[in-house]
Design a protein around this ligand. Structure first.
Ligand SMILES: [Zn+2]
Length: 238
């Protein structure tokens, strides 16, 4: 009887091992195919850095991650290979780091250099002293023509898909570290203002987050044009 129990325990342990190995294997399976577009999505802040805090106590880092994860799914459905800088509430720094914020940003930039994506989209939420200020706005590095194109595609898509009354335009910037230090076309999407009570409320809702993710997805696809990209590698039929 004892032997039978031991065999059962051994079998369970063996199965657990196989399951673990297949789980590891699955990670390697998700590799990029030749010709597949690669997009890095960067959920801003995380871990000890909450980002902006909303009028009702909303944490920017949480909303950034929620929208980023929705966006990832949508892009993958369109056959885009997505890499995330973070997929949980953790910053990209070591716990003993003297300057977590600097290390976090450096690691994000390093990942972008390493992966050489077609573009990078960083998701953030805005805040301002006047509570009436609202609306999504996209930023790019002033001296990057491709970054500008990407930001304009994103801004157009956000205005059309989320709020046609939003008259904000994509804006150049020379100081954002992530924009300045990356070679790949990059844009920062400030989805809305956490300092505006109505917008802060919307930004928390799943429906609005889906709408934002849909629009950002559309803007990215407009920029990378994955269909045309695969045409380039095949025979052109015109
Ligand atoms: Zn932010």
């Amino acid at each position: 009887m004892k032997k039978a129990w031991m065999e059962l325990v051994m079998a369970i342990l063996l199965l657990a091992g196989v399951w673990q190995i297949s789980k590891e294997g699955a990670r390697f399976v998700s590799q990029r195919r030749a010709g597949q577009a690669v997009v890095i999505l960067d959920a801003g802040h995380g871990g000890s850095d909450p980002g902006k805090i909303g009028v009702h106590g909303e944490k920017e880092k949480e909303l950034n991650l929620q929208i980023t994860l929705l966006l990832k799914k949508k892009l993958e459905k369109k056959d885009v290979f997505v890499i995330l800088t973070r997929d949980s509430d953790e910053g990209l720094y070591e716990s003993g780091s003297k300057n977590k914020k600097v290390q976090d940003l450096q690691n994000r930039v390093e990942l972008i250099h390493e992966k050489k994506p077609d573009c990078v989209v960083s998701i953030h939420q805005n805040s301002y002293t006047s509570p009436e200020v609202k609306g999504a706005q996209v930023f790019y590095f002033t001296h990057s023509a491709e970054g500008k194109k990407l930001a304009e595609d994103l801004q157009t898509s956000l205005v059309e898909g989320v709020d046609p009354a939003n008259h904000r335009m994509a804006k150049g910037n020379t100081s954002y570290y992530l924009l300045k230090k990356t070679d790949a076309p990059a844009a920062i999407v400030e989805c809305g203002f956490l300092s505006n009570p109505q917008e802060a409320e919307l930004l928390k809702s799943k429906d609005y987050q889906q709408k934002l993710a849909d629009s950002i997805c559309k803007g990215i696809l407009e920029y990378i044009k994955p269909d045309k990209k695969s045409e380039k590698t095949g025979k052109t039929i015109t």
